[in-house]
Design a protein around this ligand. Structure first.
Ligand code: NAG
Ligand code: NAG
Ligand code: NAG
Length: 734
């Protein structure tokens, strides 16, 4: 028998301690989550994957009832205790939902508590097992159970129940809106167990964490301080974490891969399982745990990089998810969807009582990827050609405001936006006519942390690559009969693409004389106390590169002086035809790959995405330190796009109508060396390629990969969709 000793919510803290539990505010919802009723037993075996990652033990589990990612974090000796704290984190793709418990040592001594998960002795023998309870009239309750071992007395100091967005906000900045935290139910039971639950803003979904002492461990106590916490002794506790929210329809590893790519299932079970974990019938997710939901840029770039191995279902899921979420007023493609508890929360803040999903439209790069993705699938492949009609006749159902809009109309609004914003520069090639971040926004493309563009406003990747590539795609689609309202686009878009291809690079160009360049890398290494080689002697001429963006305060509105990997966008997305420009562009990319950081971009652990060595201001350079999300760190997908992009350019040399650089022996051989150097580094870093991003340490002779989350509170996702693209992108023989 279980009886309730006490219950309180933060709001009800003044209620008598033994008062029966007061139900929370009744449902605020006019549109509860749809009811789903999966079979009680799954026809296919569950899929599991365990991935140790420094202090984090990751467990993935999927069956027909749920997909879930569990992380148990426990600091090891040498970990930075201010960032690596003992915790249990459970992340579900459905609703971008999560449950989180941060523990502290009962003795108050940082570093003295370790938490490990072990099998509860059930027949699976796995550290985590699924929970599935068919709902009676509601959604089934799904979750995970395990046995946690504390090697010291422990306090559950911070619970978070609801949305991954709240977890992320807490993990990154320690801030979380009190609205999520003031409605916990704390329950204590006669068997010594205790639970914390929270009813979501939708009034229907409830997340619960329940802990039960095992093997003689101490009864759990509720500490009724200003913030309520749970107290544990040293020992074993059963944990059950669950919620009742409609689950997504996952694509199995079989379903996500094209027929020809099926051998990858046995060659690469880890990556194909990871890919399936992020792939669902109506969308692909960006990564886990932090971005466990739709992101437009991530899913389209991933699709474009690994199109060869994806099934039509997966490709159409990507494009449909994008089209469903277009802002039909101005054509902007959605960056990130907001759904589940966080959507109800944002709606409520605006006085709207609804759990309807929302979208974030602040990015300026994502729009261009849609026509490119459409072209690559619906024009360039047989299945795409066959399915195009049925696909574009579909009617949107996801966002309430798009209901009734056909995919044809939505896609056209985006193309109209691109044609509208590309026209001014096509007509007059001034800096002011380039495309900049939206007013009031600090971010707008993939380097979307506050310092990512070093204060710049007019991004290099968008203007020199994505705009012209988007225009090329619109022209091709128009020639194939798309956008019948605008027959003139078939010529106009190509004409404009030419101008954007040939006339934009020069705005971003930076030259540093050889002597200045040498002095700057020396100063950088010294003042930043990096303890690495300056590699100044590898600088044998003036250094030329293209800045991250224009604008900002650092260079009087000129290019932001940070060498970077964004050249890969032009290499991957464009076959430019201005020969002199193409040759010189390829030449400088090759130099940066061949030259070791900080003279160039190369380290033993990959190309750093930003190298601020050639900037003269030390504070500015610090914005790109090795603990910064878009600093001197390595992003897997940038390696993939650079590898694929240089491969595309070198591939152009095999045709008849090849570019000039192909017959310039020195240049061609330099580009080929850079390509192979890059692939050697990629091959040497297979261990972390499927991670989102990593940093490094230097041992006096070599760079070593270090998880970003070990040095800063911005963690790297252990599995990121666009970091799985090495399943498809590989070294080619030229
Ligand atoms: C718990 O384990 C950690 C890591 O192994 C260790 O540093 C700590 O001293 C242990 N705590 C106790 C109380 O033994
Ligand atoms: C950089 O140098 C090249 C010649 O190597 C020159 O054509 C170009 O105008 C210079 N760019 C800038 C911004 O000074
Ligand atoms: C560039 O040309 C190659 C053939 O040389 C082709 O495979 C590729 O699709 C082209 N890329 C673009 C963006 O047109």
């Amino acid at each position: 028998m279980v009886f309730m000793i006490t219950i309180a919510t933060f709001l009800l803290a003044s209620a008598a301690a033994l008062a029966p539990r007061t139900p929370q505010a009744p449902s605020i919802l006019k549109d509860p989550p749809p009811y789903t009723n999966p079979p009680t037993s799954c026809p296919e075996a569950a899929s599991r994957l365990s991935v140790p990652d420094g202090p984090h033990a990751n467990y993935f589990y999927s069956d027909c009832h749920q997909s879930v990612h569990v992380i148990v974090t426990s600091p090891r000796s040498g970990d930075k205790l201010s960032v690596v704290k003992p915790r249990l984190l459970v992340a579900w793709p459905a609703g971008n939902s999560g449950a989180f418990a941060q523990f502290e040592s009962g003795s108050g001594q940082a570093g003295s508590l370790s938490v490990t998960a072990k099998s509860d002795g059930s027949k699976s023998g796995e550290a985590f097992d699924p929970i599935y309870e068919a709902g009676s009239g509601g959604n089934p309750r799904v979750g995970v159970t395990s046995v946690l071992h504390f090697n010291d007395s422990a306090i559950l100091a911070v619970p978070i129940l609801g949305s991954i967005r709240s977890l992320r906000e807490f993990a990154e900045g320690g801030k979380i809106d009190q609205a999520f935290q003031d409605s916990f139910g704390f329950l204590q039971y006669t068997d010594g167990s205790a639970s914390i639950d929270r009813l979501w803003f939708d009034g229907v979904t409830k997340s619960t964490m329940h802990f039960t002492p095992l093997n003689g461990a101490q009864t759990i106590t509720i500490n009724r301080g200003e913030k309520w916490t749970l107290g544990f002794g040293q020992g074993d506790y059963k944990v059950e974490v669950s919620y009742n929210y409609p689950q997504l329809d996952q694509l199995s590893p079989q379903e996500v891969l094209a027929d020809a790519a099926k051998p990858l299932l046995s060659q690469n079970p880890d990556l194909t399982t990871s890919l399936a974990f992020l792939s669902y019938k109506n969308k692909l997710l960006a990564g886990t745990w932090r971005f466990l939901t739709y992101f437009g840029r991530d899913s389209m770039i991933s699709m474009l990089l690994m199109q060869d191995i994806l099934s039509h279902d997966a490709i159409e899921a990507v494009i449909a998810a994008v089209v469903e979420r277009i802002n039909h007023n101005d054509g902007t493609v959605c960056h990130e969807e907001v759904l589940g508890d966080y959507a109800s929360y944002l709606n409520k803040k605006e006085g709207i009582i609804s759990a309807e999903p929302r979208c974030d439209y602040k990015m300026v790069d994502t729009d261009f990827l849609l026509p490119i993705a459409m072209q690559r699938y619906f024009l360039d492949t047989k299945p795409g050609q066959q399915n195009a009609k049925a696909f574009f006749e579909k009617v949107a159902t996801f966002l309430p405001e798009n209901k009734g809009w056909t995919y044809t109309r939505l896609a056209q609004v985006t193309a109209e936006k691109i044609m509208r914003i590309a026209a001014p520069f096509a007509n007059s090639q001034t800096k002011e006519n380039l495309i900049s971040l939206r007013n009031g926004e600090m971010v707008g493309q993939w380097r979307d942390s506050n310092y990512g563009l070093g204060g710049g406003r007019t991004p290099y990747d968008v203007n020199t690559a994505l705009v012209p590539a988007g225009l090329r795609a619109i022209a091709a689609l128009s020639r194939a009969g798309f956008f019948p309202d605008h027959p003139d686009w078939k010529d106009l878009a190509d004409k404009q693409a030419n101008i954007w291809e040939d006339e934009t690079l020069r705005f971003f160009e930076i030259n540093v004389s050889e002597s200045d360049a040498k002095a700057r890398v020396r100063e950088y290494v010294l003042t930043s106390r990096l303890g690495i080689d300056t590699n100044a002697d590898t600088i044998t001429g003036d250094v030329k590169y293209y800045g991250l963006a224009l604008g900002g305060s650092i260079n009087s509105g000129g290019p932001v002086p940070v060498m970077n990997t964004d050249d890969c966008f032009r290499h991957f997305f464009l076959n430019t035809t201005h020969q002199e420009q193409l040759s010189s562009f390829l030449s400088q990319t090759a130099d940066h790959i061949l030259q070791p950081f900080p003279a160039g971009l190369s380290t033993d652990v990959g190309l750093v995405v930003a190298n601020p060595a050639y900037a003269t201001d030390a504070d500015f350079r610090n914005m790109f330190a090795q603990g910064e999300y878009h600093g001197t760190v390595v992003w897997s997908w940038q390696l993939a796009m650079m590898g694929a992009g240089l491969g595309r350019q070198l591939g152009r040399c095999t045709g008849d109508n090849h570019p000039e650089f192909c017959t310039n022996k020195d240049l061609h051989s330099k580009v080929l060396s850079a390509y192979n150097r890059l692939w050697d580094t990629i091959d040497a870093n297979r261990a972390q390629l499927s991670h989102e991003v990593w940093s490094w340490s230097y041992d006096g002779s070599k760079f070593k990969a270090v998880p970003l989350g070990a040095i800063t509170s911005t963690e790297s996702n252990v599995r990121q969709l666009w970091s799985l693209t090495f399943l498809a992108v590989h070294r080619e023989k030229f």
